[in-house]
Write a protein of this length. Structure first.
Length: 321
């Protein structure tokens, strides 16, 4: 037979009054669950026991039926709820902890964000931290937990599209990445998330794309950028030069008299957009002087230097402190 010393004051455990609303109980539970979670208090048995106790309290008080029995019968509420004579207290189940092998599994299903790594070397997954308002009464209200995974692609794979094989736990899935993916893009795969232990529904898998850096192309917003070297004579006289793009080389006109750092735009030669059209490629010109000159080149540059009247430093003659 349970005694007064066995009785647990669930309201006191959560720090709320007996007239507290469901929302007040929910907020108190969320605050204490995060404070006493074993991951926040590693190697602290007292925190672990407190964590079990507040989950037990929340399990009872967040359910209107069990809360009513608890308020009416006190330490005998379980026997009353079962419709039998209360010979003794069987002990609380601490919010269904018996079904979990450790606290990581429990918090992954309820609070989210602990995560793990898949067997695929470059991909990882974690439980989504969605639905933070469903801690109270989670047995009947918690949705199927979605899973997030990050997958890294080369620029070529992202631009052209690719099919990847991922290993999630004991299941191998094939995922098709459409052309034009960028870092931060998300792809939803229905029914490949984690299984909810409460609703027995399968959540969704959300893939977040990350791109490996490219040695030549970079992103500037939706557009691509690159830096192309040109000779001094090409900068002075203008030229037709060969420029790489994501899907092949094109000829670009360099106007006469350009300076180093000048940017030119190749329209429709950038990245693929979801609707199939293309962004622009911004080409930044960099004038590169030759280090090894032939005799003819040396003679030509000397003649230019001797005969040139152009002084690029004329505008800074009057500069002083």
């Amino acid at each position: 037979m349970p005694t007064a010393t066995d009785f647990k004051d669930y309201y006191a455990l959560l720090g709320v009054s007996k007239t507290a609303t469901a929302e007040e109980i929910k907020r108190a539970y969320r605050k204490l669950a995060r404070k006493h979670h074993p991951d926040v208090n590693p190697g602290n048995p007292a925190a672990e026991e407190q964590f079990k106790a507040i989950n037990e309290a929340n399990e009872v008080l967040s359910n209107p039926e069990t809360r009513e029995k608890y308020d009416e019968f006190g330490q005998y509420w379980k026997q009353a709820a079962a419709g039998g004579v209360p010979p003794r207290d069987e002990g609380a189940n601490a919010a269904g902890f018996d079904q979990y092998s450790n606290f990581d599994d429990f918090i992954n299903d309820l609070l989210g964000g602990l995560g793990g790594r898949t067997k695929a070397g470059r991909s990882y997954y974690r439980t989504s931290t969605q639905q933070p308002e469903d801690f109270g009464g989670f047995r009947s209200q918690a949705p199927a937990p979605d899973t997030e995974a990050a997958i890294r692609l080369s620029f070529s794979e992202a631009f052209h599209g690719v099919q990847k094989r991922l290993q999630l736990d004991d299941e191998t899935i094939n995922v098709r990445i459409p052309p034009g993916a960028t870092s931060g893009s998300r792809i939803r795969i229905k029914g490949k998330g984690r299984l909810s232990p409460f609703s027995q529904q399968q959540g969704d898998l959300y893939l977040t794309i990350e791109l490996f850096p490219h040695p030549f192309f970079q992103f500037s917003g939706d557009n691509l950028t690159c830096e192309v070297p040109i000779r001094p004579d090409e900068a002075v006289l203008g030229a037709e030069i060969d420029v790489p793009t994501p899907d092949g080389h094109v000829m670009m006109t360099v106007p006469k008299g350009v300076n180093s750092g000048r940017s030119l735009r190749l329209r429709g030669k950038g990245w693929i957009l979801p609707k199939g059209n293309r962004t622009d490629l911004i080409v930044k010109l960099q004038i590169v002087s030759p280090k090894d000159l032939s005799e003819i080149e040396q003679d030509c540059y000397q003649k230019i230097q001797f005969n040139s009247s152009f002084n690029p430093r004329s505008g800074i003659k009057e500069v002083t402190l």
